[in-house]
Design a binder for this molecule. Structure first.
Ligand code: SAM
Length: 257
């Protein structure tokens, strides 16, 4: 149950763990995220974010990755709770459209990219979200609004470098202390298989991987299955076109993750 003082927090209240180098990225050359990690979030400037809903959610999802956006919206409708953490927020589209279980959900937004945080926070300002700049591959530390009953990680994994089981494991370890005992984690990720669906999908996937926007040419569902199985009591994966959607329930205690 959330208190009134929690609800009265200012929009855009942002906690930072890493130093901010400019308006686009967080992290310094010595202590911050690696170049590969930074590349996975660097594309999301204000112009890309302005075109994102039409380009990615309207066109690419349906015609290239063959996972229409309404299928992904269902994850939010089914699993977003009134104490929700979203990581890798983009434009905040799914949070805006979600059917929340309560009129005033407590929502915390986490992203490495401040443009995305600002855009998503403004879009769902009616929920007065809290925001925090974090690299999702490193321990998130203290997060406003924790512990969370639900966590959305939609289209985050394919943006992050590393072998899929490894980066999923890193993400789950990073956020585990912020999860409530019965928390549900849900999301989706574009798999390598998406590239084989059409010449256009293959070309775009290879381009995005060359530029470091995607890191998913070796991402397969088996690796995701292994990583979720190691961290949660129960999970489900569904393949829709070239995309794996997943839901995982009841995280293992932190020392077993
Ligand atoms: C493809 S967008 C997904 C946006 C939204 N969740 C959706 O499904 O439309 C990926 C998001 O993840 C963020 N991101 C990428 N790498 C990250 C990292 N290592 N840590 C935190 N956020 C990251 C990007 O800045 C961007 O907002």
């Amino acid at each position: 149950m959330r208190t009134d003082s929690t609800r009265a927090r200012p929009v855009g209240e942002t906690l930072r763990m890493t130093s901010v180098t400019d308006g686009n990225t967080a992290g310094g050359p010595e202590s911050g995220p690696s170049a590969d990690v930074l590349a996975g979030q660097a594309a999301y400037n204000r112009w890309v974010l302005a075109a994102y809903d039409i380009g990615v959610l309207g066109i690419s999802n349906r015609f290239l990755w063959r996972c229409p956006t309404p299928r992904l919206r269902r994850l939010y409708d089914a699993h977003a709770s009134d104490r929700h953490l979203d990581i890798g927020v983009g434009t905040g589209y799914y949070l805006d459209k979600a059917r929340w279980p309560t009129p005033n959900p407590a929502v915390t937004l986490v992203d490495l990219n401040q443009n995305a945080l600002r855009t998503a926070a403004a879009r769902i300002s009616r929920y007065a979200p809290r925001t925090a700049v974090r690299n999702a591959l490193e321990p998130v530390g203290e997060l406003p609004g924790a512990p969370f009953d639900s966590v959305g990680v939609n289209y985050l994994l394919h943006c992050m470098p590393g072998e899929l089981a490894t980066k999923t494991g890193q993400l789950l370890t990073a956020i585990r202390p912020a999860l409530a005992p019965q928390a549900v984690l849900f999301g989706s990720t574009i798999l390598a298989a998406a590239a084989r669906q059409s010449a256009a999908a293959g070309a775009l996937m290879r381009l995005y991987n060359r530029k470091g926007i995607f890191h998913n040419l070796d991402d397969h569902a088996e690796a995701l299955d292994r990583a979720l199985g190691a961290a949660f009591a129960k999970h489900q994966i569904e393949l829709i076109g070239g995309v794996a959607t997943f839901v995982a329930f009841n995280p293992n205690p932190p020392d077993q993750t």
